[in-house]
Write a protein that binds this ligand. Structure first.
Ligand code: ARG
Length: 662
């Protein structure tokens, strides 16, 4: 797992090299304007600027962290601390370079040390380019020689061509663990409080809320929780499709089927078949079609009776969506496309006045240089589009919500749409990507176990509520199979059932890289072996019960945290201690790439590292005959406690709700 600063720096270096070689190429062609290389170079320069910006932000937060590390409750990102220390050494070792890159990464294999600094190779190349004769090993030696006094490094050694293996001080790790136990799991420090809008879930009224919306809901909620934990102001927005021509036919059909809808609430049980009926009539009956169009016009001019009809229909959908949100524990603000109606007119005008839109066969379109397709902002019938509402929504989020960050969670199929919308907004000058982060977090499609599009056996789209109900049924079957119904009270059993069912569905999604397609399989997600929520939930309850079974209460543990040292002499204690403290590093990485599977990877690694520890280190020693506790190894109980606290926080960010007994 690479660290963001390291990764960006490496990319930066590669690009800089490419730019240099392209410059040379242009030079040798003696035709500086040749399209190929120079265009390529512009693009590279562009991306290069962005990378530099990101690296700088990361560096700034490093500095800030160093300053606040000891005086605050925040959790220390060890990687950041090392980058600080090595940054200083590298700058001293290579005074010829301004802003030399610092690359530090955690080591998976303990024999190469706990962390590694890999900068020497890149630095040697950079120096060579400046005509300084040197080699990576020599630079690595110089770096080590220039390391400032610090409290975290035990020793370093040079390996291979110039890698520096870093061994941490046990006392440093032990102190951080004590701090964690005393203060609880705290977020790493942040530059400043920021406001982030997360646009997710966003189903369409009267249409199916499908598995794609389920993914968006699960991923968007987890991202929001991550931002919240990191100290952001989070605005969760449900950009429902609640405005559009489909309402014409829905309202016309409502008029026919429930003529007294204004006085008594129409009993539409199944909005989807209602939608299908009206669609059929729209396609087949000429007269109905005409009326449907009139209804759209009257709705858009906000005639009260039409607004009422529209609201009635939206309410039916809303109730359906709410059932899903209740199961998944989602609280989100509904702010659908209709919310932006009046703003769309203004946005269209702004593009027109700035001369950035043009008439094309009766439609108003916006061409953005470098983008594959134009945006259509007004259709030939005068109506607005998905493009228009997204421009208006972006404007509102930038200027009214004053968001520092705006994230859109939808399937990757919409990537181009967002790319062009963002580019148009930059072209008209609404935001500077170096200041405001506007990003589409796309995800792959959900597949069935046959690797084909997720469908029911009879080939229909799966209804979300049916899916969640099946999850509940299957999780109860599993619990009964393990005879948990004989041990737990009925109330505990239901709690465990929900925790496992919804936890597994969420975790299965969040434990895969969202960019890839993902195969939905109840059998896999409910398996209690391997990287699944079922396994982790069991592991967690087991860890939590260690102290309880040894009769150690909260107060005793707290006191121990303050008075006894967390010893890390045993190899497995040491491994576990370091693993627990990687948490802030994982959070920082996710903040950067918005890929949540790093957290489940970490959670799984923590659980298995704990098992290794627990298998070889006695926490509680019991009398073989009587089973009575004869000795409690308190520092190990503290390690159990720290593991459980970090795991609990991971579950929390993933939106999973562990139960006391299962
Ligand atoms: N309603 C859209 C759909 O179902 C998703 C909306 C996503 N958000 C947005 N601002 N476009 O595909």
């Amino acid at each position: 797992m690479g660290d963001p600063v390291t990764e960006y720096t490496a990319r930066l270096l590669r690009q800089e090299q490419e730019i240099r070689s392209l410059s040379a190429e242009i030079e040798s062609l003696k035709k500086p304007q040749t399209l190929g290389p120079s265009q390529e170079m512009d693009e590279l320069r562009d991306e290069n600027t962005k990378l530099k910006y990101r690296v700088n932000i990361l560096k700034k937060s490093l500095l800030l962290e160093g300053r606040t590390a000891d005086c605050s409750k925040s959790m220390t990102n060890i990687n950041h601390r090392l980058q600080e220390v090595f940054g200083e050494a590298i700058r001293a070792a290579c005074p010829e370079l301004d802003d030399p890159p610092v690359a530090v990464a955690a080591n998976q294999q303990a024999k190469f040390g706990d962390y590694q600094c890999n900068s020497a190779m890149a630095l040697a190349q950079m120096l060579k380019a400046q005509g300084v004769k040197t080699n990576p090993r020599e630079i690595a030696e110089k770096i080590i020689h220039n390391l400032p006094d610090n409290d975290l490094i035990q020793k370093t050694e040079i390996a291979g061509p110039g890698f520096i293996n870093i061994h941490l001080k046990r006392s440093f790790v032990s102190k951080l663990l004590s701090k964690l136990l005393i203060n609880g799991v705290q977020p790493p420090p942040l530059e400043a409080r920021k406001r982030v809008v997360v646009d997710f879930s966003s189903p369409n009224i009267a249409k199916e809320m499908h598995v794609g919306h389920l993914r968006s809901t699960i991923i968007g909620e987890s991202m929001s929780r991550l931002f919240e934990f990191l100290g952001y102001d989070v605005v969760r927005l449900n950009h429902v499709g609640d405005w559009g021509t489909q309402f014409g036919m829905l309202i016309a059909h409502l008029h026919d089927k429930f003529p007294d809808y204004l006085t008594s609430c129409p009993p539409i049980g199944d909005l989807q078949s209602f939608y299908k009926e009206s669609k059929k009539r729209f396609d087949e009956e000429e007269d109905f079609k005409k009326r449907a169009y009139q209804c759209v016009v009257r709705l858009q001019s906000k005639e009260p009776d039409f607004i009422k009809a529209w609201n009635l229909i939206c309410d039916v959908s809303r109730r359906e969506f709410q059932k899903v949100y209740d199961c998944l524990d989602i609280k989100i603000v509904e702010r659908g496309e209709s919310y932006y109606q009046d703003m769309m007119t203004k946005v269209v005008k702004e593009f027109e006045e700035r001369g950035l839109s043009e008439l094309d066969e009766g439609r108003w379109v916006v061409f953005v240089p470098g983008q594959p397709i134009p945006l259509t902002i007004v259709k030939s019938d005068g109506g607005f589009t998905y493009d228009t509402s997204d421009l208006a929504a972006l404007h509102q989020r930038l200027f009214v919500e004053k968001a520092d960050m705006i994230i859109y969670v939808t399937d990757s199929g919409q990537a181009t749409h967002f790319q062009v919308v963002f580019a148009a907004a930059q072209m008209i000058g609404w935001y500077d990507p170096q200041v405001t982060r506007v990003e589409h977090a796309g995800f792959g499609v959900v597949l069935g176990e046959d690797k084909k599009k997720f469908k029911t056996r009879s080939g229909e789209t799966v209804r979300l509520m049916d899916l969640l109900d099946e999850g509940l049924k299957r999780s109860m079957d599993k619990l009964k199979e393990k005879e948990r119904d004989k041990v737990l009270t009925p109330e505990e059993l239901t709690k465990a059932q929900r925790s496992v069912a919804f936890g597994c569905i969420k975790y299965a999604d969040l434990s895969h890289n969202r960019v890839n397609d993902y195969v939905f399989s109840f059998d896999k997600m409910l398996d209690d072996r391997g990287n699944t929520a079922a396994y982790l939930l069991y592991a967690f309850t087991r860890i939590r019960s260690i102290a309880r079974l040894a009769n150690i209460d909260e107060a005793t543990l707290r006191r121990a945290a303050e008075t006894s040292e967390v010893r890390l002499e045993h190899e497995k204690e040491w491994k576990l201690g370091k693993c627990i403290l990687r948490f802030p590093e994982v959070l920082h990485k996710m903040l950067d790439d918005l890929l949540l599977h790093s957290l489940s990877d970490f959670l799984y690694e923590l659980a298995t590292t704990f098992t290794e520890f627990y298998d070889s280190c006695y926490c509680v020693e019991k009398d073989r005959q009587t089973g009575e506790v004869v000795k409690v190894n308190m520092w190990r109980m503290l390690l159990c406690d720290a593991t459980a606290s970090v795991m609990a926080k991971c579950f929390d960010i993933l939106g999973i709700n562990p139960v006391g007994r299962m």
